[in-house]
Ligand binder design. Structure first.
Ligand code: ADP
Ligand code: MG
Length: 452
């Protein structure tokens, strides 16, 4: 078996991996890391949740020269959410090095602020194709020193029509570079891209290795989808659930319906502003809103632990979408359940994209009428974050020492650049809110909101 030791990593990198709880490489990591270290170009394919990010980030961080001023690596990803997630994973893995600067570039946020971060000197740039191109045309990004190009969820970017943007960007990168493609699925038309941007790539596919997928897949034939959805939730009684729809309109309709029935719901679709998307995901991940109703926007890459059920309210349009949606559960070798609800039309569609699935009757379920999903915590938003030098410990300090809240009532604390969020047990949220409003964090008076 491959271990991180076998991969000849420096001691401090090994220590850091250990401290992050990563003891053994996953199969895709074991298969790709040595090849990446040899400088090969790769087309790597492995199922969702198999640890692809670390596979490309670890070798990248190892070879990074922090003394250089301009970016040495460019990571292109399809969505803003994935951008942030990859950057966070990257900074964790880079903790053992003194000064690795990671800059994210994505739409919906201030361009000038991004330009400022680039000016301060970035080592690794993680961005979405459109926004990267914006920076390129404004000449605010320097690409001449890029040694590594990584495309994560490459097929998704093709689906989203980013092929030309990517080609334009890549044509401006140095020819002498390493290029790595990672995804869980590869469509036929990806050849167009791979032929142009990779050099003698090695194809790695660990999809068919013995490693067992822990996701149980079920399909129910239904007449009334709304009722079936409620029955499914009330039968399986999950703690955290994602429901996928095919349209933005449907996400809103379903959220309203579930809200009316007493469920606490987060909604995610492309119509929301960037900060709303972030707040929705945050409230889902911290348990304030234990159901997420989303379009395929949430199907790729998102890594939220402990999602115990994924429900396809609508049958996805393509096999790849099905794979990615279902891959939101059963992350990192936990078990998961994926359920697809089909009406007559949906059944035909599902047969096309996933003929192997067996269909059951929904009447087999025994829903518990009294089951609801409500967050046990509520989220408070604080008008201050990293820029004001606020840290998790400062917020904890005010809550515990000044306000006198026991730590068992305090949930996840997330500190971002300009805002912080803290989940508080609902029984204590009023006390926390009033205390934070009248008190100070790190000696500063800050505004507080209550997210609903
Ligand atoms: P993918 O991109 O393949 O869908 P991710 O890179 O998002 O998967 O990783 C899925 C989860 O597995 C993450 O929570 C990550 O922290 C965890 N993980 C990655 N590598 C390891 C490892 N070697 N050991 C344990 N957990 C890991
Ligand atoms: Mg990924």
């Amino acid at each position: 078996m491959t271990t991180f030791q076998n991969l000849s990593l420096p001691t401090d990198a090994l220590k850091n991996l250990n401290s992050l709880g990563y003891t053994t490489p996953t199969p895709i990591q074991g298969a790709t890391i040595p090849l990446i270290q040899e400088g090969k170009d790769l087309i790597a394919k492995a199922k969702t949740g198999s640890g692809k990010s670390l596979a490309f980030l670890l070798p990248l961080i190892l070879k990074l020269d922090e003394s250089k001023y301009f970016p040495q690596a460019l990571i292109i990803v399809p969505t803003r959410e994935l951008c942030k997630q990859v950057a966070i994973e990257c900074s964790k893995l880079a903790r053992y090095k003194a000064d690795v600067k990671i800059v994210t570039l994505y739409g919906g946020t201030s361009l000038t602020r991004e330009v400022e971060s680039l000016k301060k000197g970035a080592d690794i740039v993680v961005g979405t194709p459109g926004r990267l191109l914006d920076h390129f045309s404004r000449e605010s990004i320097h690409l001449e020193d890029i040694k590594t190009l990584i495309l994560d969820e490459a097929d998704r970017m093709l689906d989203m029509g980013f092929a030309n943007d990517i080609l334009k960007l890549v044509s401006n990168l140095p020819k002498q570079r390493q290029t790595l493609l990672f995804s869980a699925t590869y469509p036929e038309n990806i050849d167009k891209l791979t032929k142009v941007i990779l050099k003698n790539p090695i194809e790695i596919d660990v999809e068919n290795s013995e490693e067992k997928v822990n996701i149980e897949e079920k399909v129910y034939r239904v007449l009334d989808k709304d009722k079936a959805l409620l029955d499914t939730l009330k039968h399986y009684q999950p703690n955290l659930a994602i429901i996928f729809c095919n349209t933005k309109v449907k996400t809103v309709e379903l959220s309203t319906m579930l809200n009316d029935k007493g469920f606490d719901v987060a909604t995610l679709n492309g119509d929301l502003e960037q900060y709303q998307r972030q707040e929705m995901l945050l409230q889902f991940a911290n348990g304030s809103l234990p159901i997420l109703v989303a379009t395929d926007l949430a199907a790729r890459g998102l890594d939220i632990e402990a999602i115990d059920i994924v429900i396809n309210y609508d049958v996805p349009m393509k096999t790849e979408d099905y794979t990615h949606r279902v891959g939101r559960t059963g992350r990192a070798n936990k078990s998961g359940l994926a359920i697809t609800l089909v009406d007559k039309y949906g059944e035909r569609k599902l047969l096309e994209i996933k003929p192997s699935l067996k269909i059951d009757e929904i009447s087999r379920l025994t829903p518990n009428k009294n089951f609801y999903m409500q967050g046990s915590v509520a989220t408070l938003c604080i008008d201050g974050g990293k820029k004001k030098k606020i840290r998790v410990g400062d917020i904890l300090g005010t809550l515990c020492k000044d306000i006198g809240l026991e730590s068992k009532y305090i949930g996840k604390i997330d500190v971002y650049a300009t805002h912080s969020y803290v989940a508080i047990d609902k029984s204590m949220v009023k006390k926390a809110f009033n205390g934070l409003k009248s008190g100070k964090i790190k000696g500063k008076k800050l505004r507080i909101w209550w997210l609903d």
